[in-house]
Ligand binder design. Structure first.
Ligand SMILES: Cc1ncc(COP(=O)(O)O)c(C=O)c1O
Length: 379
């Protein structure tokens, strides 16, 4: 558990900006997922935070992995490279999915020797896979409603349900076995109806495919989207799990293995960032603070992930609405125009919780400022 005293101690020890990863919380999140969804195999979506120590902790705790690039695949592979050949191959087949539906030819060539399961959602991809990675297995990614999700994905990925069985047939004809279906309801999905509708769609396609003779499909990948508790309105996983467990049991035969790709849920609550006030002023009648972490760095999720991370102070006292800016010489580097903070001085520390997902992962070196240093707790 990260408390304020520990955060201050870590900042003193390592300097700021600092990104703190609590590995006990990672293990706890995985255990919670397994507890509420005991029949769903969680594949941690590495893109949410590809820190190698996070991957190692989750690997040791028994997680499977969703990767979406060859470098991410190799980050996971690092943990299994010394396993005996058969065990390693079984791990890849049973516990890694390459979930990016669009893969460059050289990525496919690099992946082929590892024979993983990959996703696809169009005819061109079948041609590419046949030519460059004939040894992989396939899951067809479906386009499903992403209504109300914080991050929408259906405008870019997923086959229309109406052409799904034709795409399965085309892949089988090309000699690439389709093992099942996948979908993603959008990241940080608090509208649980998205899952209900996606499961209905997928069940219909399973039925139609089986009727048309494609009887080998035995996997359903329900993707990510499991919401992190950014605010009190987000229902706990237990509530979503009740719906999922009920619908899965109702709609799918027992021989269909259910897997999921939680990214945000696994890491968001495990990380906290700490920064320092490096400048202070008044603009447009408001007090404003400049801190040494920002939009091009750990707060990149404000822009890329449409997420708000409240800035907290270690100080008590009357608060006022202020602006908080990042360190770069660019006005886009605005973390918030309305944070409620007590009066801070230069050198004071501030922190943000629930920073694990889509933050440090998309940090840049823009303007010469490197990403925040990383500190590990309970490694
Ligand atoms: C294919 C795929 N799987 C899993 C994830 C992880 O989703 P989340 O972080 O919402 O759980 C993403 C996120 O973009 C994704 O694109």
């Amino acid at each position: 558990m990260i408390n304020k005293t520990l955060l201050k101690k870590l900042a003193k020890e390592h300097g700021t900006p600092l990104f703190v990863i609590d590995h006990d919380q990672l293990r706890k999140n995985l255990a919670e997922f397994n507890r509420w969804l005991p029949k769903v195999q969680p594949y941690y979506a590495v893109k949410a935070n590809s820190n190698p120590e996070i991957i190692r902790t989750l690997y040791r705790a028994g997680a499977s992995f969703d990767v979406a690039s060859f470098p991410e695949f190799m980050l996971v592979h690092e943990n299994i490279k010394d396993l005996p050949e058969k065990e390693r191959q079984d791990f890849i087949w049973d516990k890694i999915i390459y979930s990016h539906p669009i893969k460059a030819n050289d990525t496919l060539q690099a992946l082929d020797q590892y024979k993983p399961l990959v996703t696809y959602d169009n005819y061109e991809e079948i041609k590419k896979v046949k030519k460059h990675a004939p040894n992989v297995g396939m899951l067809l990614r479906l386009r499903v409603p992403n209504t109300g999700a914080m991050v929408e994905l259906s405008s870019k990925f997923g086959a229309e349900p109406g052409e799904a069985v034709d795409l399965i047939e085309a892949s089988e004809k090309a000699g690439i076995t389709v093992e099942g279906l996948s979908f993603h309801v959008g990241s940080q999905t608090t509208n649980f109806q998205n899952y209900v509708q996606a499961l209905e769609l997928a069940a219909g396609i399973f039925k139609e495919a089986r009727l048309r003779g494609f009887t080998k499909m035995n996997q359903l990948d329900i993707g990510g989207g499991f919401p992190a508790p950014y605010d009190a309105n987000v229902l706990p996983l237990k509530e979503l799990a009740k719906i999922l467990n009920h619908e899965i049991a109702r709609l799918f035969p027992k021989d269909v293995a259910i897997i999921a790709e939680p990214g945000r849920y696994m890491v968001a609550t495990a990380c906290t960032s700490i920064a320092e006030v490096i400048g202070k002023g008044h603009r447009d009648g408001k007090r404003c603070y400049y801190i040494n972490d920002g939009i091009y760095h750990t707060y990149s999720g404000v822009l890329f992930d449409h997420c708000h991370y409240p800035i907290r102070s270690f100080k008590k006292g009357p608060t006022e609405i202020c602006s908080v800016f990042g360190p770069t010489c660019d006005a886009l580097d605005t973390i918030s125009m309305a944070e409620e903070l007590p009066e801070l001085n230069l050198g004071d520390l501030v922190y943000s919780e629930n920073m694990g997902a889509y933050t440090h992962a998309s940090s840049t070196y823009f303007n010469g400022f490197p990403p925040a240093k990383v500190a590990h707790l309970n490694l």
